[in-house]
Design a protein around this ligand. Structure first.
Ligand code: IPM
Ligand code: MG
Length: 357
């Protein structure tokens, strides 16, 4: 029996609604498999914490987080706090401070879910975007001068380091090798002549170690169009922080709903805990209605279990999610249904229990 400690940060908005649902499913997986135990600690970080303390998380928040095996994160951001404060105060310091340099975001069309792309079927959208998660356009290098004057200037510099690019690119190559052996590198080196030519060179150099993987370099604008027109041609996509951010909302949208898409902020070396969070954010428009789709959060739980070494439990959860979407009876409004958040969780747990019999 393995024991794990999990830091749960429900965060803001619907994060607070879906995180407990995800925990229910994790507990069911532990119970059904009998293979591991999870011990949780709820950390109250987020916008409410900020309004009370002036900080998004405790001063020693990173130190506290380092002692856990993984972090299960709901959402951050709420209209009461400017977005750059909430992001820079919580999610970014965690990703950067814990060297979660891989942001792993699958785009998988689930059975029973309608894609907005005409004519695309299950099996035709199944790829992973690997987003660089610690530097690039999110590095935070820059400033504002001459505030309020006509000559005011704002500078925000993208930062690309050899170590930073190489490590995420190598991760993406390894993933491609384990999948369908096709890697697309998102670039814009025609316009970004310093940083993204550097990116391209590193992709090419690392690619020499992966002669079995087919590499394609695609300009980000053309790649956005390709997500819509030919998603079946994609297997693994590696992209800078901002490009990856934009592409993954598109990836979630073509898979039918933001409410499904999971994400892992991963430190592959396991020097620090990794953090699993849905893509959807805090969704202030539906807070308190009990209709948030818990699938993304639940799927994140499966990714977390897989990462910490409990693959059978992860697969059981993923199969149960698929069974529920395929049946199409218990779906939240974002997927065209009328079910409440909890009803979806219960349906998934019922599937897990039934499959284990
Ligand atoms: C994401 C989100 C965040 C990001 C927001 C909340 C700042 O869009 O996880 O993709 O841009 O990284
Ligand atoms: Mg985003």
């Amino acid at each position: 029996m393995k024991d794990y400690t999990i830091a749960v940060i429900p965060g803001d908005g619907i994060g607070e609604e879906v995180a407990p649902e995800g925990v229910k499913v994790l507990n069911a997986a532990a119970d059904i498999t009998g293979a591991f135990r999870l011990q949780y600690e709820d950390l109250p970080y987020g916008c409410n914490y900020y309004l009370k303390t002036g900080k998004m998380m405790a001063d020693d928040g990173l130190k506290i987080l380092k002692s856990f095996d993984a972090i299960y994160f709901g959402a951050v951001g709420f209209p009461t706090v400017p977005d750059h404060i909430s992001l820079r105060g919580l999610r970014l310091p965690i990703c950067q401070g814990l060297e979660q340099y891989v942001c792993y975001r699958p785009s998988l069309l689930l059975p029973g879910v309608k894609t907005p792309l005409a004519g695309k079927k299950v099996g035709e959208i199944d790829f992973v975007v690997i987003r660089e998660n610690t530097e690039g356009e999110y590095a935070g290098a820059g400033g504002r001068s001459h505030r309020g004057l006509p000559i005011e200037v704002a500078v925000e510099t993208s930062v690309f380091t050899r170590v930073g690019v190489e490590r995420v690119v190598r991760y993406a190559f390894n993933l491609a090798r384990a999948r369908r052996k096709k890697l697309v590198s998102a670039t814009k080196s025609n316009a970004q002549q310093h940083s993204l030519t550097f990116w391209d060179e590193i992709v090419e150099a690392v690619g020499k170690e992966f002669s079995d993987v087919q590499i394609e370099r695609v300009l980000i604008d053309a790649l956005a169009a390709r997500f819509v027109l030919r998603p079946e041609s994609l297997d693994v996509v590696v992209a800078s922080n901002l490009f990856g951010d934009i592409l993954t909302d598109l990836g979630a949208a073509i898979c039918g709903s933001m409410g499904i898409a999971p994400s892992g902020n991963i430190n592959p070396e396991r020097a620090y805990p990794s953090m699993f969070e849905p893509l959807h954010g805090s969704a202030p428009d539906i807070v308190g209605k009990g209709i948030a789709n818990p699938i993304a959060m639940i799927w994140c739980g499966a990714m977390m279990l897989d990462f910490i070494g409990q693959k059978p439990a992860a697969q059981m959860i993923e199969r149960a999610i698929t069974a529920v979407t395929r049946a199409g009876r218990v779906l939240t409004p974002d997927l065209g249904g009328t079910a409440k958040t909890m009803e979806v969780t219960n349906a998934i747990i019922a599937e897990m229990r039934a499959s284990a019999k």
